[in-house]
Design a protein around this ligand. Structure first.
Ligand code: NAP
Length: 247
């Protein structure tokens, strides 16, 4: 994948799946703006790693659930590199609880980060992406946005919302050749999933036809493809990367 001279923002790009996406975009030539909310050390270490490999990267702190901070992230990108070609909306959180016990703020925080954060960052990035001959928006949703899950009403609503957002944005930006696609990962081993009860993980594994948990690389490979010229005729699509779990 040749991403030389492309500038990318990866929200939540310093850890988990986002870290691998940042690294792999950089390995294929992209200049990467690594956004973080609280993981400053991880972000700076990743930038140093990318630079040591001959790439270019910048760490920018911003809580993307805050509209003005999402703008700050885009402004810093333009200040540093003068343009934007690829936006990966990866940042996400979960606060799981059965709806009878879920507090209003648990619902709001997940929607504000996962759904509104994706919208805010896209809104601020749009005018720059529309100027790019290779504009790409890649939204990280989840299979939970497709099939739902007990205890994740807030998370599944936010991730389903991202799928609707993806299709609307794909239609809005298509005339300028900016593509907008979504990825629904299944069970990917990261810090987010490390906290789960091993019994629960076994249960998941039993339902994965490919008989292994997903790795961040499995998602990042698809991000690379969508970011590349190979995917220039694909827009408004949802790609499921889950080892066959929900087919
Ligand atoms: P993770 O390890 O918990 O990483 C989440 C990342 O999001 C962190 O880098 C975090 O940054 C960032 N983030 C959270 N809130 C933020 C905010 N308000 N502003 C900026 N950054 C923020 O999770 P992950 O497993 O890599 O998940 C990445 C994405 O994949 C999420 O959207 C998640 O919903 C989705 N996903 C994951 C799985 C899975 O099995 N792991 C499955 C389906 C979908 P800080 O550390 O700096 O706070």
């Amino acid at each position: 994948m040749d991403l030389q001279s492309r500038v990318a923002i990866v929200s939540g790009g310093a850890s988990g799946i986002g870290r691998t996406i940042s690294l792999m975009l950089a390995e294929h030539g992209a200049t990467v703006v690594v956004n973080y909310r609280s993981s400053e050390q991880k972000a700076q270490a990743l930038v140093a790693e990318i630079k040591a490999k001959g790439g270019e990267a910048l760490a920018v702190q911003a809580d993307i659930s805050q509209f003005d901070q999402a703008k700050h992230l885009v402004d810093e990108t333009i200040k540093a590199y003068g343009k934007l070609d690829i936006l990966v909306n990866n940042a996400g959180i979960n606060h799981d609880q059965l709806v009878l016990r879920m507090q209003e703020d648990q619902f709001d925080r997940v929607i504000e980060t996962n759904l509104k954060g994706t919208w805010s960052l896209t809104k601020h990035a749009a005018k720059h992406l529309l100027r790019s001959p290779h504009g790409r928006i890649i939204n990280i949703s989840s299979i939970i946005g497709l099939i739902g899950n007990a205890g994740q009403s807030n998370y599944s609503a936010s991730k389903a919302g991202i799928l609707g957002l993806t299709k609307s944005l794909a239609k809005e930006f298509a005339s300028r050749q900016v593509t907008v696609n979504a990825i629904c990962p299944g069970f990917i081993e990261t810090e987010m999933t490390d906290q789960l009860d091993p019994k629960f993980v076994e249960l998941y594994l039993a339902n994965i036809p490919l008989k292994r948990l997903g790795q961040a690389e499995d998602v990042a490979n698809v991000v690379l493809f969508l970011a590349s010229d190979y995917a220039s005729y694909m827009t408004g699509q949802t790609l499921i990367i889950d080892g066959g779990m929900v087919m």
